[in-house]
Write a protein that binds this ligand. Structure first.
Ligand code: FPP
Ligand code: MG
Length: 309
């Protein structure tokens, strides 16, 4: 699943760190926790629909970022695991709704038929709603051995991230931009900051907050995550053009078809790649004070631009 491509120089210098092994190990921890988080109850249909998308695989990048930043600040995995799962529940619900006929009308996601194609539109909407509310319940009920104030801050940030100032607002701007010919790089960046960047930033910050990060840590990790969030989306836009349906696990070439504004459309593929690389360099700059402790976050930043899906 994780293809790291050619390893950049700094990653090779971290000889004792193998990103592929790290990602696989963390991915397994997240898969096991997600599987246990949501047992089937009544009415069974909605639980099956929620589990269908939640357990459909995927990179699990958001939970892994949360776990990595928690460890960076000195926390153990257990304190961040419920939040890591909640981040994946929120991400999954946003994709279920994004794929609906009223939004992007997609048939495939993570190599499988989309939720509404299997369960129907009505159940898919409710599966998204169910996952969204369960994410908050899960953080509140399952987070142990963390001061309540930190848990409250994480819940507040999650709320802000999914709401109209975050994902919901970003999706509205994205829908409005379809077919528009006068989109600038600035307005595209504003869309992506909300639609993709906000949840990636909250993924990194929530792990750090649970572990007791200082305001200096939060500032550094904000800059890190905002830059990898935008770079992630630029690479997403490029892959929509260059990768196959099999590599992506979803329909390729959708952006052009829907006349969406994308970085490659505005800047060309090469300039977009350069822009993404510059953002990764900025992100990595923020980690220098942490030395070897930040090797996972550093390697994940390289992976964001090197990934093939
Ligand atoms: C995928 O983008 C979609 C998103 C990153 C988020 C979409 C957000 C919503 C539908 C709002 C959801 C509601 C709440 C309450 C969070 P894309 O279409 O560019 O990428 P794709 O090719 O993977 O579909
Ligand atoms: Mg979409």
């Amino acid at each position: 699943m994780f293809t790291t491509g050619e390893k950049p120089a700094e990653q090779i210098a971290n000889k004792d760190f193998d990103l592929a092994v790290y990602l696989k190990e963390k991915q397994q921890i997240v898969e096991d926790a997600l599987e246990k988080s949501l047992p089937i109850a009544e009415p069974q249909k909605i639980f099956h629909a929620m589990r269908y998308s939640l357990l459909a695989g995927g990179k699990r990048l958001r939970p892994i970022l949360c776990l990595a930043s928690c460890e960076l600040i000195g926390g153990n995995l257990e304190i961040a695991l419920p939040t890591a799962c909640a981040l994946e529940m929120i991400h999954t619900m946003s994709l279920i709704h994004d794929d609906l006929p009223a939004m992007d009308n997609d048939d495939y996601r993570r190599g499988k038929l989309t939720n509404h194609k299997v369960y129907g539109e009505n159940i898919a909407i409710l599966a998204g709603d169910g996952l969204l509310s369960f994410a908050f319940e899960h953080v509140g009920v399952e987070t142990k051995n963390v001061p309540a104030q930190r848990v409250l801050e994480v819940i507040t940030r999650l709320g802000r991230t999914v709401g109209a100032t975050g994902l919901v607002g970003g999706q509205v701007l994205d829908l409005e931009s379809e077919g528009e010919s006068d989109i600038t790089v600035e307005s595209l960046t504003a869309i992506h900051t909300r639609k993709t960047g906000a949840l990636l930033e909250t993924s990194v910050l929530s792990g750090a907050i649970l572990a007791g990060a200082s305001s200096e840590d939060i500032n550094r990790l904000s800059v890190y995550s905002q830059n990898i969030g935008l770079a992630f989306q630029i690479v997403d836009d490029i892959l929509d053009i260059t990768a196959t349906k099999e590599e992506l696990g979803k329909t390729a070439g959708k952006d052009l078809q829907a006349e969406k504004a994308t970085y490659p459309k505005l800047l060309g593929i090469e300039a977009s790649k350069q822009q993404a690389q510059q953002m990764i360099d900025k992100a990595i700059d923020q980690l220098s004070v942490y030395g070897q402790k930040a090797q996972a976050l550093r390697a994940i930043a390289y992976y964001v631009v090197d990934r093939k899906n």
